[in-house]
Design a protein around this ligand. Sequence first.
Ligand SMILES: [Zn+2]
Length: 333
Amino acid sequence: MSTLRQDPTTRQWVILAPKRADRPHVPVWDARPPLPEYDPSCPFCPDHEDQTPPEVLRVPAEGDWTIRVVPNLYAALGASGPADRAETGWFREAQGVGAHEVVIESRRHDARLDEMTPDEVGGVLRVWRDRYRQLRARPGVRDAVLFKNFGRLAGTSLLHPHSQIVATPVLLPRLQRRLGVATRYFEDTGHCVYDDMVSAERDAGVRIVHDEGPFVAFERFASQDPFETMIVPTLTQSSFGQTDDELLPSLGRTLIKALGAIRGACSDPDFNLIVFSGPANRETEEVFRWHVRILPKLSTPAGFELGSGTSINTVPPEDAALMLREALRTVAS
Ligand SMILES: [Zn+2]
């Protein structure tokens, strides 16, 4: 029979229905074709720097770049100045103030985070952190989301390895909900819900994928989607902007393990990776931890999910974690 589980970080319920995985179905994706190291038609490949808007960051500053950050040519937001709201009768709108940047993660067209070294991924994470800090500090910006779309099903239009940051003049509902739930949990218990979740998952053990000490990758008890994987710091940090240089390779290693395990266990699926980060201040540090969610595109939300806001997960997270740990053992051997 199916069961329902509640996510303590959002208070949302998920339906675990493993039986539904037995339905007749066709795979939603084809095998990923290998990419060339260099693509002459790719605007993110070296020697095509004039095909992107002028870069806002280049690493290293001199010589051949390894990472570039550029404004998105098709930016969702990008105006500067105050995000003044205008009311026309009953209707309200505001200027598209904010930023939409692209982090080009490597010179190589065929690079992948799960094939890079922890130091290389640490370098990408450093750029994410630095741009996140800069954009969050910008006047008129109230929230920001950092994400990576990998593969067509995840919404990417360019295959060259890249991620994005969007800074918004309005608060983002998904993040605000998590902050609200975490605040209520703290008022009820005096604890941070994320710290309690990590320690409960460590005690249970069955859903841990990789435990690096400062960062833990695991399948949540109430995973919304099959193989949804979460990385949470065990440090007192509410904002991704607080991550320390010396711990970035460790975070990089955790990310490589999580992505490599998903690749191995799920036949290299497309995925979305999202960094949820709160603001950096004492109040949020008590209640909230920044965290990473990796969502492999193994199913498509249909009428029930869209109508209810409730997921049906067909793979119990304990089974998913077992398969992910198995995939890591295979990669290591
Ligand atoms: Zn390219």
